[in-house]
Design a protein around this ligand. Structure first.
Ligand SMILES: [Zn+2]
Length: 172
């Protein structure tokens, strides 16, 4: 019995952990996809104004820019032309073109600058709160429904008990 209880505790602990992990992943996803709200920043590469790829800077798998035919850049030169340089360093004065992502940028870290906009964080919070509220409401409805089923069952059980002739020890 004790073992069963501790296994159940462990399962509910793991379930809780899973829920928290999913919440963190959701938040990260919302913050990362919010990078498209960052203003466009360009830097001159070989006489051409090239936009820093915001999705690549966030470390997202699907970048903003690819080469023709959806090909991934193979050389440093191709990478530059796809805007794969640090968004943060490109926004400095004077702009610097560096071959790392904004999420990994040591200068950004030193400056204590966030890799997302404050309004994106506020939106993400609001979105997660909305999701929590919707889940709580559904849970409350579900609880109400199961409570009703329980009461119904008890009533049925009571009435069926009363419907049976009372047994006496003589019947056994
Ligand atoms: Zn940088």
């Amino acid at each position: 019995m004790l073992k069963a209880v501790s296994e159940r505790d462990e399962r509910s602990r793991l379930r809780g952990e899973l829920i928290r992990c999913e919440g963190r992943l959701w938040l990260l996803e919302l913050l990362q996809s919010g990078c498209m709200q960052l203003p466009i920043i360009t830097i001159e590469v070989g006489g051409q104004e090239i936009r820093a790829d915001r999705r690549w800077n966030q470390g997202l798998l699907d970048p903003e820019v690819r080469l023709e035919g959806g090909r991934e850049p193979q050389t440093v030169d191709e990478e530059r032309h796809c805007g794969r340089f640090c968004y943060y360093c490109a926004s400095l004065t004077p702009p610097v073109r560096v071959q790392h992502r904004m999420v990994d940028c040591p200068k950004r870290r030193r400056a204590n600058a966030r890799e997302y906009l404050p309004e994106v964080m506020a939106e993400a919070r609001a979105e997660l709160k909305r999701m929590r509220q919707a889940a709580e409401e559904k849970l409350a409805l579900h609880r109400k429904a199961s409570e009703e089923v329980r009461v119904q069952k008890e009533t049925l059980l009571d009435s069926s008990l009363w419907g049976w002739p009372l047994m006496t020890s003589d019947d056994l």
